[in-house]
Design a protein around this ligand. Structure first.
Ligand code: UD1
Ligand code: UDP
Length: 390
C-alpha cells in the first residue's frame, strides 16, 4: 500500500487532476489517496471540487485578494512543509505549470519525497511566455522523478533536457479524460441538460437565442503576460466585432482575477449588464462551460486547457498569445495563434464567421492531446512500475 498525495490549487489543475483522484481512490488495494488543495483559487477551485465530488484531506486556503507571485509561492511552500511533515506521503503528484505545482514540488523535494509531474514536458522555451508558467513547469520538471508526458512531443522535450527515458511515461492528457466524462454525462442526461440551460440563464445567457442557428463566439482570457495593453487591445477588438456582427452572440465568462476585469470595464464601461449581443458573465462551473463550448461556433481564448479541449469538440480556437506550449493542434490546423493584436483578432474572427470553407477546414474534430485513458495509464505506471514507487 502506497500513500499518494495529489496537490493542486487552481481551476485547471483541479479539472485535470480530478479524474486521477477518482482513479486512484478506486484502487484501495494499492493506494491510500490523499488530496491536498492549496486554495490558490477559491471559488473557481471549489466549483470543480463540487462537480467531481472531491473532499480534500488538507486545504491550505491561501487565496487573498490582490496577492502576488511571492505571496503564493511562499504560502504554498510553508503550508506544504507542515502538511508533508504530518502526512509522510510516499510520492507527491503535482500538475502542470502553476505556482502551486512548482512550490509544492519544491516543498516535497526539501523532505526528499519523490515528485511525479502530471502534464510534464510542455515547452515554449521562452521564459516570459507564458509567464510565469514556462519556468514553473521547467522547475517542476527539474525536481520531479517521474514525468507523465501527455504527448510524444512533450516526451521529446524532456529527453532533450536529459531526463532519463525510464522515468518518462507518455499517457495522454487527463483533460481529455475529464472532458469525455463531462460530455458523456451531459449527453446521457436530459434532465441535466435542462438544468445547465437554467444555470446559463441564471448566469444571464439564454442559450435559446441560438435556436435559429445564430452563431456564438465564446471568449476567455486571464494570462498574466497579457495584463495591461494586451487586454485593452483584446477588449477593443472584441468590441469592434460585436458591432460588426450584431447577429452573432459573444459570451465571455470572466476570470475572477481583478486584472482581467479592469480592462473590460475600461473598454465596455462600468455597467456590463445590457450590452446587446455581448454577454459578460461570471465564471461557469465546468459542466455548463463545456455545454456552452459545445454550442459555440468558435473559441477566442488565451487559456491552456481550452486549447486542448475545444479541438476535440471540433471548435476552431483562436489563441490570444504569441507562443504556445501546445503546438500539436496548431499542426492539426484547428488552432491558430493571433496574439493580442487588434487587427489580427478582428481579421481572424471575421474570416471564421464569414468564410464557410475556411471555417470547415478549421473545425474538424481532432484530438492530439489524449484518448480519455490518461489517468488509467498513470495509475497503471504507479501500480506496476517498481521504479515509480520504490
Ligand atoms: C492562475 C495560474 C495560471 C493558471 C490560472 C488558471 C499561477 C502563477 N497562475 O492564474 O497558471 O493558468 O490560474 O485560471 O499559478 N481569484 C478569485 N477567486 C478565484 C480565483 C482567483 O478571487 O477562485 C482572484 C484573486 O484576486 C486572486 C487572483 O484572482 O488573487 C489571481 O489568482 P492567481 O491564482 O494568483 O492567478 P491566476 O491569474 O488565476
Ligand atoms: N473553464 C470552466 N469555466 C469557465 C472557463 C473555463 O470550467 O468559465 C474550464 C475550461 O473548460 C478548462 C479550464 O477551465 O478546462 C481552463 O482554465 P483556465 O483557462 O482558467 O486555465 P488554463 O487552462 O489557461 O491554465
Amino acid at each position: 500500500m502506497k500513500k499518494i498525495m495529489l496537490v493542486f490549487g487552481t481551476r485547471p489543475e483541479a479539472i485535470k487532476m480530478a479524474p486521477l483522484v477518482k482513479a486512484l481512490q478506486k484502487d484501495t488495494e494499492h493506494f491510500e489517496t490523499i488530496v491536498c488543495v492549496t486554495g490558490q483559487h477559491r471559488e473557481m477551485l471549489d466549483q470543480v471540487l463540487d462537480i467531481f465530488d472531491i473532499k480534500p484531506n488538507y486545504d491550505l486556503n491561501i487565496m487573498k485578494q490582490g496577492q502576488d507571485l511571492y505571496d503564493v509561492t511562499a504560502k504554498v511552500l510553508i503550508g506544504m512543509r507542515d502538511v508533508l511533515k504530518e502526512c509522510h506521503p510516499d510520492i507527491v503528484l503535482v500538475h502542470g505549470d502553476t505556482t502551486t505545482s512548482m512550490a509544492a514540488a519544491l516543498a516535497a523535494f526539501y523532505q526528499q519525497i519523490p515528485v511525479g509531474h502530471v502534464e510534464a514536458g510542455l515547452r515554449t522555451h521562452n521564459i516570459y511566455s507564458p509567464w510565469p508558467e514556462e519556468i514553473n513547469r521547467q522547475l517542476t520538471g527539474r525536481i520531479a522523478t517521474y514525468h507523465f508526458a501527455p504527448t510524444p512531443l512533450s516526451k521529446k522535450n524532456l529527453l532533450a533536457e536529459g531526463v532519463d527515458e525510464k522515468h518518462i511515461f507518455v499517457t495522454g492528457n487527463s483533460v481529455i479524460d475529464a472532458l469525455y466524462w463531462v460530455v458523456n454525462k451531459i449527453q446521457q442526461d436530459k434532465k441535466l441538460q435542462t438544468e445547465l440551460v437554467g444555470i446559463l440563464y441564471q448566469a444571464r445567457y439564454n442559450i435559446h437565442r441560438l435556436d435559429a442557428g445564430k452563431k456564438l463566439v465564446l471568449i476567455t482570457g486571464h494570462r498574466r503576460e497579457n495584463f495591461g495593453d494586451g487586454f485593452i487591445s483584446m477588449c477593443k477588438a472584441i468590441k469592434t466585432l460585436t458591432e460588426k456582427y450584431p447577429d452573432v452572440d459573444f459570451v465571455y465568462p470572466m476570470h475572477l482575477n481583478p486584472n482581467v476585469r479592469k480592462p473590460i470595464y475600461e473598454v465596455f464601461g462600468e455597467d456590463l449588464s445590457n450590452l446587446g449581443n455581448m454577454f459578460f458573465i461570471e465564471p461557469l462551473e465546468y459542466l455548463s462551460f463545456v455545454y456552452l463550448m459545445e454550442k459555440s461556433t468558435l473559441v477566442l481564448t488565451d487559456s491552456g486547457g481550452i486549447q486542448e479541449e475545444a479541438p476535440g469538440l471540433g471548435k476552431p480556437v483562436l489563441v490570444m498569445r504569441d507562443t504556445t506550449e501546445r503546438p500539436e493542434a496548431l499542426e492539426a490546423g484547428t488552432v491558430k495563434l493571433v496574439g493580442t493584436d487588434y487587427d489580427k483578432i478582428v481579421h481572424e474572427v471575421s474570416r471564421l464567421l464569414e468564410d464557410d470553407i475556411y471555417y470547415e477546414n478549421m473545425s474538424k474534430a481532432v484530438n492530439p492531446y489524449g484518448d480519455g485513458l490518461a489517468c488509467k495509464r498513470i495509475v497503471e505506471e504507479l501500480r506496476v512500475n517498481d521504479s515509480c514507487l520504490s
